[in-house]
Design a protein around this ligand. Structure first.
Ligand SMILES: Cc1ncc(COP(=O)(O)O)c(C=O)c1O
Length: 381
């Protein structure tokens, strides 16, 4: 091990074996101080000076920190209230009623918000093709590539699936979409903070996600990456005064969009959420995504091997480059098993059809991972 697990920085780890980073990461101890710093600043601001002296710039600064984690350049990320709003903001950039390009390609393994938001776009003229999964674990790359045609305006997929941890192969999808004149959005909520991401290198058009999982941040802090060269061409209909080029002019319509990624904002940013996200970003950056990813690969492999040796059903792809940081184990009555694990202070969760979702992160020790699996083995024997 070339890095510290920083366990002392996470008070929650004292209460049991935390393997829940796909859902809710443990709160860093420093989050309390960060939230108090927010309260101090709030108490001291007597007027709108809060905006001028700190809050306005905070969104931009935290956005730039996300950009680093996503592999993008400064100025490519706008903070959003959550990943669903980030997605809806992108959806609102498309005009599905005019022209030939009305098709959106998604997959059956995406998070439900994705499905709901695209389904709602049908009323706006969108044609949505959901590429099926034959096994509930993967979606064949060929099927995704075949679905992208000259009528496709957007390919919008989970980079890592919340239900199987299946990680798509981003490059060929982006290449095919760009060849056909379509844009690509990846939902990286289950990747950012555990899998290295290369937004600029991939030339992906949009990334969405949030902080409460692998990034150890608080709730209500989503983000939207938009490829810098694309930003000025887009005019989201889901908008607000913060997205205006000169918000404090309070000018009448029509909207004059900001000439920066702020054009994808809506209203007042969630300032407490930004404070709650910073300590997790500090820790992840100091450990280093490459180190986090290497640990994740080693431990998910251990878990898969452990499960296979016992003949368990593994609902996660075995290939290293096709999986994210979680391992899903199919057990009978996953809900009851996850409750029994919680009684033994092993914290995992479950999803219908997916089984138990179990996620080692950099702060977990090898002993914890082994102990958790042994407790599971004893329970389901
Ligand atoms: C892959 C993925 N996308 C989106 C979401 C939802 O994010 P939000 O609640 O910020 O809209 C989740 C939450 O579990 C998720 O796992």
């Amino acid at each position: 091990m070339s890095f510290s697990r920083h366990r002392e920085l996470f008070p929650t780890l004292a209460s049991g074996i935390h393997l829940l980073s796909h859902s809710l990461g443990p709160v860093p101890r420093a989050a309390r101080d960060s939230m108090l710093a927010y309260c101090d600043a709030w108490e001291h601001h007597t007027s709108e000076d809060a905006w001028a002296t700190s809050w306005w710039e905070l969104s931009r600064r935290v956005g730039d920190r996300f950009a680093r984690i996503l592999g993008g350049e400064a100025g490519s990320v706008q903070i959003e209230p959550n990943a669903s709003i980030a997605l809806a903001t992108v959806a609102s950039c498309f005009d599905f009623h005019s022209g030939r390009r009305t098709k959106v390609v998604t997959t059956a393994l995406d998070f439900p918000s994705m499905e709901y938001i695209w389904d709602a776009q049908r009323q706006m003229g969108a044609r949505v093709e959901v590429v099926k999964s034959h096994d509930g674990i993967t979606v064949p790359l060929e099927k995704i590539l075949d679905a992208i045609d000259e009528e496709t305006c957007l390919v919008a997929l989970a980079h890592t699936s919340y239900r199987s941890s299946y990680r798509i192969d981003a490059r060929p999808i982006i290449e095919r979409a760009h060849e056909r004149g379509a844009l690509v959005l990846l939902d990286v909520y289950q990747s950012a903070g555990v899998v290295p991401l290369h937004a600029a290198d991939w030339e992906v058009d949009f990334l969405i996600g949030g902080t409460i999982k692998w990034l150890c941040g608080g709730p209500s802090c989503g983000y939207l990456y938009v490829r810098p060269e694309l930003q000025k061409d887009l005019r989201p209909r889901l908008t607000g005064w913060v997205a205006h080029d000169a918000p404090f002019e309070f000018a009448a319509a029509p909207m004059r969009y900001a000439r920066s990624v702020r054009r994808f904002a809506q209203g007042t940013p969630s300032i407490p959420a930004l404070y709650s996200a910073i300590p997790g970003l500090d820790i992840i950056e100091s450990v280093g995504i490459e180190n986090v990813a290497a640990e994740s690969e080693r431990r998910t492999q251990f878990m898969i091997d452990f499960a296979r040796e016992r003949g368990w059903t593994v609902n996660t792809p075995p290939e290293l480059e096709r999986r994210g940081g979680s391992v899903m184990i199919g057990v009978e009555n996953a809900k009851a098993v996850s409750e029994q694990l919680a009684e033994r202070r092993v914290f995992v969760d479950w999803r219908p059809g997916a089984g138990l979702r179990i996620s080692p992160h950099f702060f977990n020790t090898d002993e914890e991972v082994q102990e958790a699996l042994q407790i599971l083995a004893d329970l389901i024997a």
